[in-house]
Ligand binder design. Structure first.
Ligand code: PGA
Length: 263
């Protein structure tokens, strides 16, 4: 039986003080649930403060991105060692916003490559995180153009294969995969729950083919993309959806609490 996982992805929102207030408010209503792992993936600067606040709670601390090497001349980067040093136990990898594949870019097209995430860098980051016992949350998903061209399953299979290349089954038990259709992120347009479940089940079959039955039945596969309290129950109760990665709705304590309770 897989334990559900609900992870908040704050993205580039909230000052440290605002984030601390949000978590303190949420902890009053987020009661301990042994059947749900709850994670907050915060901006780096909020991590030290949140670590103190979450110290005696069951809510886990997460980061939103990482560089893959431990140290060196990599200006502006944060390593898995630095995350481990602050008690970070989860980290998002390969989010469509770091892959530079925004569904509808608000930034000039010419700047998108600055994010420049590829399947190869995603793979290196996962290896770096696993070395420090930090659980990766691998994001995969198709753009609207890829969906319309009937390429959804092929795009996702390629992302999963690339991300896990050279990684053994035994290393992946605490990893999670989040299926996040790019066209559903931050748009208010949620993927239909039956279709989200079909894609998550396709990912599980792929894990079975690449590895074994045991990993396929243990690995948690989440849905992300405009999850809110009004649709989370239906999504999270699909057979192959083990929780969610929640962006916008995680910035509101009551909404996020309701989403966690629905799992
Ligand atoms: P959203 O973001 O819930 O705001 O759509 C989800 C995500 O990008 O992880």
């Amino acid at each position: 039986m897989r334990t559900k996982l609900v992870a908040a992805n704050w993205k580039m929102n909230l000052t440290v003080t605002e984030g601390a207030t949000l978590v303190e408010t949420s902890l009053k209503t987020l009661h301990s649930r042994p059947d749900v792992d709850t994670v907050i993936c915060a901006p780096y600067l909020a991590i030290p403060r949140l670590r103190e606040i979450l110290r005696n709670s069951y809510v886990k601390l997460g980061a939103q991105d990482v560089f893959w090497l431990e140290s060196g001349a990599y200006t502006g980067k944060v390593s898995p060692l630095m995350l481990a040093d602050f008690g970070v136990s989860y980290c998002i990898v390969g989010h469509s916003e770091t892959r530079g594949r925004f569904g509808k870019p608000e930034l000039p097209e010419s700047t998108l490559s600055i994010f420049g995430e590829t399947d190869e860098t995603v793979n290196l980051k996962i290896k770096g995180l696993l070395y420090h016992a930090i659980n990766p949350i691998l994001c995969v998903g198709e753009t609207l153009a890829e969906r319309e061209a009937g390429r959804t399953d092929a795009v996702i299979a390629e992302q999963v294969r690339g991300a896990f290349a050279g990684i053994e089954s035994a290393e992946l038990y605490f990893a999670a995969i989040a299926y996040e259709p790019v066209w559903a992120i931050g748009t208010g347009q949620t993927c239909d729950s039956a279709e989200a479940n079909r894609v998550c089940s396709m990912i599980r079959s792929l894990i079975r083919d690449l590895y074994d039955d045991e990993l396929a039945s243990e690995l948690r596969i989440l849905y992300g993309g405009s999850v809110k309290a009004s649709n989370s129950r239906e999504l999270f109760h699909q057979s192959d959806i083990d929780g969610g990665l929640v962006g916008g709705a995680s910035l509101d304590a009551a909404e996020f609490t309701a989403i966690v309770q629905s799992a």
